[in-house]
Every structure is written in structure tokens, then in C-alpha cells.
Design a binder for this molecule. Structure first.
Ligand SMILES: *Cc1c(COP(=O)(O)O)cnc(C)c1O
Length: 443
């Protein structure tokens, strides 16, 4: 890597191992109390409340256009499911123990687009639609938003464009919701994006542009094309505060689910959450929300592939988005297509600076093994990227995680812990692709 970067990088021994493609566990030495972390950032609980209220305004529209959301009255929310058989399987298979209870947050089964992007991606499209409708005097915030489903509104939105660069799932969320509102939507897809995602999007009325290059290129071209057109809006996955807040609403929803299930989170009952990370927006937004609500009792870890650990190299080196995984001699290529990102969001990295507990990396072959495990034990299908989340509980007994637990004074509280691998996608994966995945063995 460039000498200049190397000279300024923190954690050189760890980064040395990262650059050799090894699995590592980085514990964030800049983690502070939540209060102190929050005092250094501009966003607050009021911003999350605002996003939640906007989603509630749009619920009548969503329920009308996407009838599958009717059971939740137009809210897009996923089940929280206890997975004791998977817990036992992981303990046996990886010769470890996972003290406490294991629950799966099934964003894989979110309505409309079957991934965590149904939170932030859809939220940003709705916010843009609302902004336009307000600007052109077509609605008041007190109106019934089911009018957004009318032909008149569709015709109005058809004069505007929405564009986005994506490895797949973000494009699906933006594409499906934009097309449903009547926008002309263009999704710039990186080479990693799966064919079935492109096919599904085209079928829903989105324009798909394909790139031979990676995610950064798709974003760069998408942004340039959009900026040149005054009637076009670009969804900026790397810097969007709107996307981020859409994800953060998840924390308020999970708090309600904890209450329903009688799950306690407090100083004696720690909450451990493990979220697969790509550019950082989705896991960062969820983490921000969880820390707002559960404060120091929430311990959040990101998981990344060994060849694309972009948030890990940025945060551990302290150089954030100045550095890419390629700077460390890594390929950026991974079977975890939702995580195939070479450079993390600088915005998210800075918000996570004093808030994130750490980041773990894993080799690609594990994700298929874990995918088979969750199908075989709990009969839940997840896409390979989402299965990276199980790496957190598996590594609880590692010396790094144990030192974190000790530092936090949680050694005698782990039996009361709740662990949540955040399953970020999967329910829309077609049957033929599922079978292909089920037979994929990389090792
Ligand atoms: C997008 C995505 C992630 C990570 O989200 P980022 O905002 O890119 O960090 C994780 N898993 C799946 C399945 C995804 O689609």
C-alpha cells in the first residue's frame, strides 16, 4: 500500500493480517459512553422520530399498492424470531458456547423488496416524493397519502427521474418503490449484481444500466448522469442522511418487539447485535438507532468479508474513506454480493467512530455453510451475505471478544444476554438460485 497511508495508519499489525486476507476481529478502542458519542454528532432521536412519522403518513399508500403489507397496516417490518436450534447447531459445529438467547432479525423477510434496503431505500424514495408533492402544492402533510396511488400522482411523478448505483438490493428497493410511484427510475448496477435482480427490476418497470466494473464505478456514473439533469434525483448510498435515518427507525420497531416478547435490555441484560456491512449505511443507521434507544447496553458489531472489509480498514486505520480495500492489496471481490464494497462511507464511519463495538471479518466459504445451517435447523432461507451475521455469535469465545466483554464488565452477565444476528436479505431469491447456493461449497 502507499507508504503515505501506511505511515499514518493505526493498528498496523491487525491491518497486516487483513492485507494477507486473514480473518480478524477488531475491537474499537475509540468506543466511548453513548452519551459522549452522541454529543459529537448532529443527528438526534428527533430525526428518527421524524422518519418514523413520515413512514406512518405513507402507510395508507403502501398498504394500497403493496397489499402484502396489509397485516401490518402498511408498515414495512420484519419478524424477530428466536432460533434455539440454530444456536445449538452453531455451538456444536464451531465447538463453542453462546451464552444467552439467540434471535434472528428477519429483514430478509421485509415486504416489497426482501432485504434491509426496504428500510432506508424505500424511505428515501418516499421522502423525495413527499418533498416534490409539497413543493408543487399537491398535498399537505395532514392529507390521506393514499392519493399517492392515484393516476394523477403517477402522471405528476413521471416527469421526474430517480437514479441510484447498487450492488443489487438497494437498486431493488429504490427501483420497485420509484416505479410504483410513477417515477422514471434508472438503476446503475455493478458487475457483482445478480442477474435475477436485474431481471426482476426490469419487469417492475425500472431501467437497468449494467457495468463491468465494481460498485464505486456504478455510483460514479449514476451520480454524474443524475447531476447533469435538473429533474433527476440521485440516491447517494455513500452520503445520504435520509437513507441512514430510514434504517435507524428499525430500532424503535425492535424495541416494541422486545416489549411484546418480554425481552429486557438493561445493564444486567446486554444486547449484542451483529450486522453485515457493505458501504455502511444500513448497519450504521440501525446501530445509530439502537444506541439512541438502548445506549451503553447495546453492543453492536459489523461483519465483513475478508476480501472486502472496507469499514474495517477505514475505521481500524483511522483513515476512514481515504483508504479502500484495494489499497491493502485485497480484491474487493466476494460471494457476499451485498457486501462487495471497496470503500466505506466516510459519513457513516465518522458517526460510528465512538459508537461501534468492533468489526469481524470472515472468509466467503463460511457463508454458504451457515446458510445451509439456518435452512436445516430453522427452515429459514437467507441470502449468503446475510449469513455473515452469524459470525458474531460464533466468535464470542475468541480472545478479542472476551477482552471486550471483560472491558465492559459483562463477564457475569452474558447468561442474560440477547444476541441478534441481523439477517439482511433473502426472501426474494428465486428457487433455482436457492438450490444453486445450497450446493455451493467453497471449501
Ligand atoms: C446492502 C446490504 C448489506 C449492507 O448494507 P450497507 O448499507 O451496504 O452497508 C448487508 N446485507 C445485504 C443482504 C445487503 O443487501
Amino acid at each position: 500500500m502507499a507508504q503515505e497511508f501506511w505511515n499514518r495508519a493505526e493498528n498496523k499489525p491487525l491491518l497486516e493480517a487483513v492485507s494477507q486476507g486473514k480473518e480478524v476481529i477488531w475491537i474499537n478502542e475509540r468506543l466511548t459512553s453513548t452519551e459522549e458519542a452522541m454529543s459529537q454528532i448532529q443527528l438526534t432521536m428527533a430525526d428518527i422520530d421524524d422518519a418514523e412519522a413520515r413512514l406512518a403518513r405513507f402507510a395508507p399508500f403502501i398498504q394500497k399498492v403493496f397489499p402484502e403489507t396489509a397485516p401490518r397496516n402498511g408498515l414495512i417490518e420484519s419478524p424477530l424470531t428466536e432460533i434455539p436450534k440454530m444456536q445449538k447447531k452453531l455451538e456444536e459445529e464451531y465447538q463453542t458456547s453462546i451464552p444467552g438467547r439467540l434471535f434472528l432479525k428477519q429483514d430478509s423477510h421485509l415486504a416489497i423488496s426482501g432485504s434491509i434496503k426496504a428500510r432506508g431505500g424505500i424511505y428515501e424514495v418516499l421522502k423525495h416524493a413527499e418533498d416534490l408533492a409539497l413543493e408543487y402544492g399537491k398535498i399537505k402533510v395532514t392529507d390521506d397519502y393514499s392519493v399517492f396511488a392515484s393516476d394523477e400522482f403517477k402522471k405528476f411523478f413521471s416527469q421526474f427521474k430517480i437514479q441510484v448505483g447498487s450492488t443489487g438490493n438497494l437498486g431493488m428497493s429504490i427501483g420497485i418503490m420509484s416505479a410504483a410511484l410513477g417515477f422514471h427510475v434508472i438503476v446503475h448496477m455493478s458487475a457483482d449484481a445478480k442477474q435475477w435482480k436485474k431481471d426482476l427490476l426490469r419487469q417492475r418497470g425500472a431501467e437497468v444500466v449494467e457495468y463491468a466494473d465494481d460498485y464505486s464505478k456504478a455510483v460514479e456514473v449514476g451520480r454524474k448522469n443524475s447531476d447533469a439533469d435538473p429533474k433527476s434525483y440521485f440516491v447517494d448510498d455513500e452520503n445520504s442522511v435520509t437513507l441512514f435515518l430510514g434504517y435507524a427507525v428499525a430500532a424503535k420497531r425492535i424495541r416494541a418487539q422486545f416489549e411484546e416478547k418480554g425481552i429486557i435490555v438493561d445493564a444486567d441484560h446486554p444486547l449484542f447485535v451483529y450486522i453485515p456491512c457493505g458501504v455502511g449505511g444500513a448497519p450504521g443507521g440501525v446501530t445509530f438507532g439502537l444506541k439512541q434507544i438502548f445506549g451503553d447496553n447495546a453492543h453492536v458489531f459489523f461483519i465483513e468479508p475478508t476480501q472486502a472489509p472496507c469499514m474495517l480498514v477505514g475505521m481500524a486505520s483511522g483513515l476512514q474513506n481515504e483508504v479502500s480495500v484495494q489499497d491493502f492489496g485485497l480484491t474487493g471481490k466476494t460471494h457476499a454480493d451485498g457486501l462487495a464494497v471497496g470503500r466505506a462511507s466516510g459519513f457513516v464511519g465518522s458517526v460510528m467512530n465512538h459508537m461501534l463495538a468492533g468489526i469481524l471479518s470472515l472468509e466467503d466459504y463460511h457463508i454458504y455453510d451457515l446458510m445451509r445451517d439456518i435452512v436445516n435447523t430453522e427452515d429459514i432461507f437467507l441470502e449468503p451475505s446475510a449469513c455473515a451475521s452469524f459470525w458474531g455469535p460464533i466468535q464470542l469465545k475468541s480472545k478479542e471478544m472476551q477482552s471486550y466483554i471483560k472491558k465492559m464488565g459483562l463477564e457475569d452477565k452474558m447468561a442474560n444476554a440477547v444476541h441478534i444476528p441481523w439477517a439482511t436479505g433473502g426472501s426474494l431469491v428465486p428457487q433455482s438460485i436457492r438450490e444453486e447456493y445450497m450446493h455451493t461449497h467453497l471449501k
